[in-house]
Ligand binder design. Structure first.
Ligand SMILES: Nc1ncnc2c1ncn2[C@@H]1O[C@H](COP(=O)(O)OP(=O)(O)OP(=O)(O)O)[C@@H](O)[C@H]1O
Length: 344
């Protein structure tokens, strides 16, 4: 069953169609990554699904609710990690988590959430003393404390150090194993490749492509590459017929193939038959990055590469007129601390 169903979604800012007819389905228990260059419309889309922005057209259903009017029954079942959150920074993470947990019918134990997000050392420190990455972990902690059925993660690991990122990935995988439905945006293509069952690439507010990373690669005609060093004394012409295309640079041979298993077997049989070890033998699957860059252009949308550190990304909508006005004031937001402050 679909947890999220979006048809013909539109959002216009003046002359700009930030979202221009997006269709999106996320099945229950699925992890879907929204990819696209800065300004593609990812945050706008996600914030409409979260109920933080009004739409100008189309239909949206999240767990059977219209987020625009879902109210408390809707908010109790979703978790949100916004691109830019703010906190009342005289609180501690433990205090904020307790406060947020109180708004949900079946919250996770606060101590578990602190451990899961690696916040043990800072659990009782004032939020103002947390580093950027530690604040982002707190965002994540606040997003999961309500044990949501659907979790929205907008660039969840931006600013994380490599081990924190790995840990966040394990956390997302754990949530998925427990049946959560997750929609995330990210500029880290390895993150999408690692976490997502399916990726949806958008630009200019429209879907350019969607599928599993492998499906996208196949549709783009990307092939696996077998690479090895030709044994001394042997020539490229001595090789058996392999793959679609062969490139030789010095003694290094690269073979593009759509049948890597058969070609590796043929190559291994050939080498072993000659008593040779193939040095530097590697098999490189098509990478999402190649397919992505093909789709959105090497230079990204505005003549710049997709921002690898999009903390300062354009148009996040934070602070915009219609970006943080939830339908139901009874349940707190994880942004700006406004709701939290009001309740504290
Ligand atoms: N509140 C707003 N007012 C005016 N324009 C906006 C607003 N929010 C977003 N936009 C515009 O809508 C478009 C889509 O922005 P959005 O933030 O959804 O992109 P994004 O894909 O999330 O980008 P990024 O990767 O930089 O976060 C951009 O052109 C942006 O400038």
């Amino acid at each position: 069953m679909a947890a999220i169903e979006v048809r013909g979604l539109r959002k216009v800012y003046g002359e700009v169609a930030a979202v221009d007819g997006i269709d999106l389905t996320v099945q229950e228990g699925e992890v879907v990554a929204l990819l696209g260059p800065n300004g593609a419309g990812k945050t706008t889309t996600v914030e409409i699904l979260e109920g933080y922005r009004a739409r100008d057209g189309g239909t949206v259903s999240v767990l059977g609710h219209d987020p625009g009017s879902g109210g408390r029954a809707f908010r109790e079942h979703i978790g949100v990690v916004l691109q830019e959150a703010g906190f009342e920074d005289s609180f501690t993470p433990r205090e904020l988590l307790r406060l947020h947990a109180g708004y949900y019918p079946h919250p996770r134990p606060v101590a578990d959430v602190i451990t899961l997000t690696g916040l043990e050392e800072k659990a009782d420190a004032r939020v103002r003393t947390l580093s950027g990455g530690q604040r982002r972990r707190l965002d994540l902690a606040l997003g999961i404390v309500g044990d949501p059925d659907v979790l929205f993660l907008d660039e969840p690991t931006t600013g994380f150090d490599p081990s924190a990122r790995r840990r966040a990935w394990q956390l997302v995988e754990g949530l998925r194993d427990l049946g959560a439905t997750i929609l995330l945006t990210t500029h880290y293509l390895d993150e999408a490749e690692h976490l997502a069952d399916r990726v949806v690439v958008i630009d200019h507010g429209r879907v350019l492509a969607e599928g599993t990373p492998d499906e996208l690669a196949a549709a783009a005609g990307a092939a696996t590459v077998i690479s090895f060093r030709l044994p001394t004394g042997l020539e490229p012409d001595d090789l058996p017929p392999l793959g679609l295309e062969r490139r030789v640079a010095g003694s290094v041979v690269e073979v593009r193939t759509e049948t890597p298993t058969a070609d590796v077997a043929a190559l291994a049989t050939w080498a072993l038959g000659r008593g040779q070890e193939l040095e530097a033998l590697t098999l490189m699957r098509p990478r999402l990055e190649d397919v992505y860059l093909d789709l959105v252009g090497e230079a990204g949308r505005n003549g710049t590469e997709p921002d690898p550190d999009p903390g300062s990304g354009s148009g996040s909508g934070s602070g915009s007129a219609d970006s943080a006005d939830p339908a139901d004031p009874a349940v707190p937001l994880t942004r700006t601390g406004a709701r939290t402050e009001a309740r504290s």
